[in-house]
Design a protein around this ligand. Structure first.
Ligand SMILES: Cc1cc2nc3c(=O)[nH]c(=O)nc-3n(C[C@H](O)[C@H](O)[C@H](O)COP(=O)(O)OP(=O)(O)OC[C@H]3O[C@@H](n4cnc5c(N)ncnc54)[C@H](O)[C@@H]3O)c2cc1C
Ligand code: FES
Length: 252
């Protein structure tokens, strides 16, 4: 893990309150889909904790993230111009276990801002000719970042204003995938619903979880999630990607 002074290369709006950030990373750092970086707040916001963001792409000394304005840090970040610098810790966490795919059909599912890491995984699997299927859900048509989505994406909207009406699980039911293996990132409620759907289909699902973080280093235990059979795991260290069967969803 490296602490790195990164330079912003691109910071552009892709939908309302939704931005694509491109920035420099150390040339020799291996960055896997599903891993994240942690932004040390040097912005004049008064917040002290690091802020985690998943990579949406990486290679050749550059990386990207898609972020949504939620609070002070993300708002301040949206005002940053190319050429300005920020301190990041990277790479953090594990990644999606693509070695588990074997003969199965990878079905990638993104909810809202969970799109970033899922797009990274989509590109990575496409380069390996694994032909992933992609389902992405948004609240409404106006919030869809069309410029980022592959043409074959099954798009779902909660209000039915674009694509399939309903949740990403309604989108998943629209596609036929023999022996699906699910990879997903999105809100906890969506991950929970997917875990139950996968269990019913006797399929495996690997989910990237969001948790409030303190250190992003595995030291503070601020990001733990309950595990079946007792105990907890840290989202920043053992995660953020977990086998859905590991998580004690009834306590989430
Ligand atoms: C592993 C991981 C990867 C992430 N990847 C992305 C990403 O790719 N793009 C992106 O936009 N966001 C991502 N997030 C969420 C991101 O960290 C928060 O949006 C960010 O920390 C908000 O900071 P803020 O100061 O702007 O908002 P704050 O003022 O800190 O919070 C604003 C609101 O957002 C909620 N919130 C803040 N942080 C989190 C969090 N970590 N999880 C759930 N709710 C939170 C707060 O409860 C509050 O209601 C990720 C989080 C994790 C744990
Ligand atoms: S954020 Fe401190 S242990 Fe995970």
């Amino acid at each position: 893990m490296t602490d790195f002074l990164s330079e912003i290369l691109v910071n552009e709006k892709i939908a309302p309150d939704f931005y694509r950030l491109r920035f420099t990373v150390p040339m020799d750092t291996e960055i896997l889909p599903g891993s994240f970086f942690s932004l040390k707040d040097e912005l004049p916001t008064g917040t002290l904790l690091r802020r985690p963001f998943a990579f949406s792409d990486a290679g050749k000394g550059e990386a990207e993230a898609l972020y949504q304005i939620r609070g002070k840090t993300t708002h301040a970040l949206s005002l940053r111009k190319p050429g300005s610098r920020f301190q990041i810790l990277l790479p953090c966490g594990n990644g999606f276990p693509i070695d588990k795919i074997a003969a199965r059909q990878p079905v990638l599912i993104a909810g809202g801002v969970g799109l970033g890491p899922i797009l990274f995984l989509y590109r990575s699997l496409s380069r390996k000719n694994r032909e992933p299927l992609l389902v992405a859900g948004f609240r409404s048509a106006s919030l869809i970042p069309h410029s980022q989505l592959p043409a074959s994406t099954v798009i779902c909207t909660d209000d039915g204003s674009f694509g399939v009406k309903g949740s990403v699980l309604d989108g998943v039911r629209e596609i036929s995938a023999k022996q699906p293996l699910f990879f997903a990132c999105g809100p906890t409620a969506m991950m929970k619903a997917l875990a139950f759907e996968a269990a019913q289909r006797q399929a495996d699902a690997f989910v990237s979880l969001e948790a409030m973080m303190g250190c992003s280093l595995g030291a503070c235990m601020g990001c733990v999630v309950p595990i079946c059979g007792g105990g907890y795991k840290r989202v920043c260290k053992e995660g953020p990607v977990f086998d859905a069967k590991e998580i004690l969803w009834t306590s989430m």
